[in-house]
Design a binder for this molecule. Sequence first.
Ligand SMILES: NC(=O)c1ccc[n+]([C@@H]2O[C@H](COP(=O)([O-])OP(=O)(O)OC[C@H]3O[C@@H](n4cnc5c(N)ncnc54)[C@H](O)[C@@H]3O)[C@@H](O)[C@H]2O)c1
Length: 249
Amino acid sequence: MKIFIVGINGKMGGAICACAEREGIEVAGGLDITPGGKYPVFAKAADVDVAFDVIIDFSRPASLDGVIALAEARKVPAVLATTGYAEEQLAKIAALAEKVPVFRSANMSLGVNVVESVLPALASALGGFDVEIVEAHHNRKVDAPSGTALQMLEAVKKGLPYEPREVYGRQGECRREKGDIGVHAVRGGTIVGEHTVMFIGEDEIVEIKHTALSRNIFAVGAVRAAAFLIGKEPGTYDMNDYIAAGKRG
Ligand SMILES: NC(=O)c1ccc[n+]([C@@H]2O[C@H](COP(=O)([O-])OP(=O)(O)OC[C@H]3O[C@@H](n4cnc5c(N)ncnc54)[C@H](O)[C@@H]3O)[C@@H](O)[C@H]2O)c1
């Protein structure tokens, strides 16, 4: 498998290169507005002149049009791990998935995806409890709340018999109403990623927490997802498909 990395000179791009080197997977090059590095790096999709089997994207939403152009021109699958896409970009991704296989997950780690799979059942069983989601990341993260926190919110909502009001942070007079779900973002230092879902009842709290100790878990997940996509029919895939296929990291 030859991979092409969008955002190759970023933190996750570096983690993917290290993972590929450990596993003997070839890195054909990458797309990045930041030049440098030991692999061929292109600033624009139209300039890419290397061959590859699959694209892995950890960059910024602004790179999406280039990624789509490249995936369509080469007819290769794409793993989209970038977070913070706008609604109209999600529609473009859905259109791409009609032509090539597209794997998208705001969190490529096995642990987070297993947490998300149990959240609907917990939310349903603890129906009367207040729910709050707290995430923490390093001080250079651009978007808030994290894509993973939003995925966890959607997983909780699946188990609730009512449509909650989403409250992003609180300040001033903002008493909690029944049926609110609070979502809070902490930013500082080098935190790789922490997500806690709190179910808070009368005199008891159930917390489910995932801590990422290194970026490697996302890199390994993305490389596994890339291998999983090769040879698949066009369509949208995520970690649930990967887990359902009996894959475990
Ligand atoms: N799905 C997951 O599991 C997961 C895990 C970690 C990070 N992420 C997401 O991956 C993305 C990258 O994270 P990071 O920590 O590596 O960030 P980073 O800032 O370290 O790296 C981003 C890279 O993308 C490049 N870039 C920016 N705009 C570009 C454009 N228009 N075209 C091409 N390249 C461009 C930058 O030059 C940089 O090298 C973020 O959206 C982050 O939230 C997802």
